[in-house]
Design a protein around this ligand. Structure first.
Ligand SMILES: [Zn+2]
Length: 492
């Protein structure tokens, strides 16, 4: 028989510490697709695209409903969340009857007055759809709550960081739904919470999170286990939901799910010290890069990663590039609409005096005062071609390539984005492989496209809203003592 599978989504990674610098997040910052417009999202490496592609592939009748997404930023305003929740739930009600729902969520969305957006949304969805299969596909940075576990039949998190497996998780969500509808599986989920704040940890080979994934994969291969995922959690959220969460889904065996969750939890807890990052100030990171005997060296600014809700205009790393007198260097990218407007007004091939970046707060550094040559101007539309979010187009507004000393700097004006792949450089005529030093603003996602071309990667961790020094973020309502902040944290 042909199943009718509804697809929806509401995604936001909320950095509650960004509210002061960036303000809360209003409805105007969300990109929203309704009904048939969801089909425009096909062909991208995202969960929702995987759901749509798979539903059509298996011959299901696709019921596209409502999808809202916003790049990471401060707390969602209460009325913005209320509006989106209402429209999502209403669109489901209007689309009834259908047999199941596949939904993309992030897992770390926080609204004013609602700490657990996904749990709250899950309850509202259940009221409308009843007991039919409802399966979520999420980002591994979700802070997964017990309420989420109660309202969704399964929560499939991406396993990789960089998140190059989002489409796969969307596919998996639909496959699980079909098996449920056929009556061949009955998912039961256990969520194991660990009292720890995990610094951003890549799952690339050789890193501890890669071994953590091997432990999960071995468990997932056992009879009766449908899925085993470690949600790294999002430490830049001041709610009682922060932590690391192991989510295990089995076929009807709650005891097995709990036992597997404890097994992974015990492995993570006993290996936690391996996840402590090496923290280098920007100037130290640049010095280290200069000592490399192979190039290019990629220097990533992990503490101003707009992919975690930061302003994107921190100057610490770019200043270190300039202070060190680096030649053959490029830096992408820094947000500064005023400087972009100034450069466009002056025109290509002109020289201007800029006050670049550092305009949100003092944490992310002071503006850089320098002479800059205006090399080129673009519309700032960047379609990603690397393994991360392949096919997604970033619209970053008017953009310029400036030259400050020996550094080519890309400056953009709207939205906020980390540097996912070299496309933003190519848009301005820069082939990064010809440079010795490549500066990017990103914590880990840049690795997907830059690791294959980098002779070496050096991480700079200056003050910023996504510093890997998770202990500097004050958690006023923790679920209990948290490693590595509180030495009394224990996992029983
Ligand atoms: Zn993530």
């Amino acid at each position: 028989m042909t199943y009718r599978i509804a697809v929806a989504g509401l995604g936001h990674e909320t950095n509650t510490y960004a509210d002061d610098a960036l303000g809360t997040t209003g409805l105007d910052r969300f990109s929203i697709a309704r009904g048939e417009r969801l089909l425009d999202l096909r062909g991208q490496n995202t969960c929702v695209a995987g759901m749509i592609d798979r539903a059509l592939e298996v011959g299901a009748e696709l019921v596209p409903t409502y999808y809202a997404y916003c790049y990471p930023s401060g707390t969602i305003e209460a009325d913005a969340y209320a509006t989106m929740k209402d429209e999502l739930v209403s669109s489901l009600r209007a689309a009834m009857p259908f047999d199941a729902l596949a939904i993309e969520l992030h897992g770390a969305a926080v609204a004013v007055g609602t700490d657990d957006v996904e749990g709250d949304l899950g309850a509202a969805i259940r009221e409308v759809v009843g007991s039919m299969p409802v399966v979520g596909a999420l980002d591994l940075h979700g802070n997964v709550s017990d309420a989420m576990g109660a309202h969704f039949d399964a929560l499939l998190g991406c396993h990789l960081y960089p998140h190059t497996d989002l489409h796969e998780r969307g596919v998996e969500a639909v496959d699980l739904i079909v098996r449920m509808l056929e009556g061949s599986v009955r998912p039961v989920t256990h969520i194991e919470h660990l009292p720890m704040l995990l610094p951003t940890s890549t799952t690339d080979p050789g890193h501890p999170a890669a071994r953590m994934n091997e432990v999960c994969a071995a468990i997932e291969a056992r009879p009766g286990v449908l899925d085993c995922t470690v949600f790294h959690g999002f430490p830049y959220t001041d709610t009682p939901l922060v932590g690391v969460h192991v989510v295990v889904t089995t076929d009807g065996d709650a005891a097995l799910a709990a036992a597997c969750g404890r097994e992974v939890g015990t492995w993570i807890w006993s290996h936690r010290e391996e996840f402590r990052p090496e923290v280098l100030e920007a100037s130290v990171a640049v010095k280290l890069a200069m000592q490399s005997d192979a190039f290019p060296v990629v220097i990533n600014d992990t503490s101003d990663n707009p992919g975690g809700g930061t302003p994107g205009d921190a100057t610490h790393v770019l200043r270190a590039f300039l202070d060190a007198g680096l030649e053959d260097a490029c830096f992408g990218m820094i947000k500064d609409p005023e400087t972009v407007a100034q450069a466009i007004a002056a025109g290509v091939a002109s020289t201007i005096d800029v006050r670049l970046g550092g305009k949100h707060d003092s944490l992310h550094g002071e503006p850089i005062e320098a002479r800059a040559y205006v090399h080129s101007i673009s519309d700032g539309n960047v379609t990603l071609t690397g393994p991360m979010l392949t096919g997604v187009t970033l619209r970053l507004g008017p953009m310029v390539r400036l030259v400050l000393g020996g550094v080519d700097v890309i400056v953009y004006s709207t939205g906020a984005s980390q540097t996912f792949d070299p496309e933003v450089f190519l848009l301005h005529g820069i082939d990064v492989r010809r440079y010795r030093y490549i500066g990017v603003k990103s914590s880990q996602h840049f690795r997907a496209a830059f690791a294959p071309i980098a002779a070496r990667i050096v991480t700079a961790d200056s003050p910023g809203l996504t510093s890997q020094r998770v202990e500097v973020f004050e958690h006023t309502r923790p679920p209990g003592p948290l490693w590595p902040v509180d030495p009394s944290a224990t996992y029983a």
